[in-house]
Design a protein around this ligand. Structure first.
Ligand SMILES: Nc1ncnc2c1ncn2[C@@H]1O[C@H](COP(=O)(O)OP(=O)(O)OP(=O)(O)O)[C@@H](O)[C@H]1O
Length: 366
């Protein structure tokens, strides 16, 4: 397990990481997310003993990296795939790393096979593509067969086949009981790869929770409902009925209505009572990308001047403590979204009597 406690790093006047505390547990892929300059690489460098914290500490299995006996056999990392002696062949690069750590040469051929570079093992790495360089970096991380693995942007430059391979590799390493911390800016990929997320912004912790909880805490699910477009008065009637019942109704560009605050069965019943036929009634679940954008838009350092989100939110003040991200046990009224289905339960079956259940999402930025 990796444990950071009150981790802070200052470079002169610049605070790159501030009072960061988290745990990365074995047996799961933990995604490490944050906008450019949030402090992810700095944190990883401190985990690996490459940078000294200004305050706080970070340990691996209870020891700092420098205290670990034979650290390369316990911790593997891909930080910068370009940090390779380009004049050496891939195999010689790995051989020299292996020799430094007392790892047998046969392991080099093993990892070359794992990352699919066996056919180019004798080629100089300065002729490698970005994706091949990433694979070589991953091979170096796997060399000592470590229990703890850190990957900084491992899919950078990989083609779709390579991305799928990295995803499966991460999952497999976690399934073997290893601790896997992986940073990425590709939210769609993280949604498929990670079990847990640690999100930071401007060096501070924004969230530490499962992917599922992160999405449900940082997004508002809604229903899409559509009356026949051939009968515009039906749409108006439906909109009025839903609004009167306490729903929030917004027109979608394609003529459908976006409804929050009402469960799907209620919408169906209201349409039936209003004698409106429905051509569509569908749940919409937010993506990890939507949830991430919503959470981090106040902590983005580098934004295009033409970006409409520019200036939407204030940055958190130094010393900001994120609210406890607990899932409310007490249902709150007024928002669409049924509770998560139990195993074997049809999520779209009629809701039991009573108000719809939904943790209230954060207010939209104004
Ligand atoms: N050696 C250094 N000297 C001065 N400032 C630094 C140094 N290393 C990092 N920083 C600053 O610390 C902040 C965090 O940088 P870091 O590289 O850790 O962010 P990151 O989340 O990894 O960003 P990215 O997603 O762009 O890779 C940035 O503002 C960066 O400019």
């Amino acid at each position: 397990m990796i444990e950071a406690v009150g981790l802070t790093k200052r470079y002169g006047a610049k605070t790159a990481v501030y009072n960061l505390s988290f745990q990365v547990r074995p047996g799961a892929v933990t995604g490490f997310l944050g906008p450019n300059g949030a402090g992810k690489s700095t944190t990883m460098r401190m985990i690996l003993g490459l940078d000294q914290p200004t305050q706080g500490h970070v340990t691996i299995g209870g020891r700092t990296f420098r205290q670990l006996p034979n650290a390369p056999r316990q911790v593997g990392a891909l930080l910068d795939a370009k940090a390779v002696h380009g004049g050496r062949s891939a195999r010689n690069h790995l051989l020299s790393l292996a020799q430094l750590s007392g790892i047998p040469a046969r392991r080099v051929d093993e990892v070359l096979g794992v990352v699919g570079l066996q056919d180019v093992a004798k080629k100089r790495s300065n002729g490698f593509s970005l994706g091949m360089g990433q694979r070589l970096g991953i091979a170096a991380a796997l060399l000592g067969d470590p229990q703890v693995l850190l990957f900084d942007e491992p899919v950078n430059g990989l083609d779709p086949e390579g991305i799928l391979w990295v995803r499966n590799l991460m999952k497999q390493l976690a399934a073997e009981g290893r601790t896997v911390l992986v940073s990425s800016h590709l939210m769609s990929e993280m949604a498929l790869t990670a079990d847990h997320l640690i999100v930071i912004g401007r060096g501070q912790l924004l969230a530490d929770m499962s992917v599922k909880d992160f999405i449900s805490h940082n997004s508002a699910d809604f229903a899409r409902v559509r009356a026949p477009h051939t009968e515009p008065q039906q749409r108006e009637k439906l909109s009025a009925a839903l609004t009167e019942a306490g729903g929030q109704v917004m027109p979608e560009p394609d003529g459908a209505l976006r409804v929050t605050g009402l469960a799907l069965p209620q919408i169906s019943d209201l349409a039936y009572s209003a004698e409106v036929r429905l051509w569509e009634l569908s749940p919409h679940q937010a993506s990890l990308e939507e949830a991430y954008m919503r959470m981090t838009q106040g902590a983005v350092d580098y934004r295009s001047t033409t970006d409409q989100k520019s200036g939407l939110m204030q940055q958190p003040p130094m010393g900001y403590v994120p609210p406890q991200q607990q899932i409310p046990q007490v249902p709150q009224e007024g928002w669409y979204a049924p509770p998560p289905p139990q195993p074997g339960q049809n999520p779209y079956a009629a809701a039991p009597a009573g108000p719809p259940v939904m943790p209230r999402p954060p207010p939209p930025p104004t």
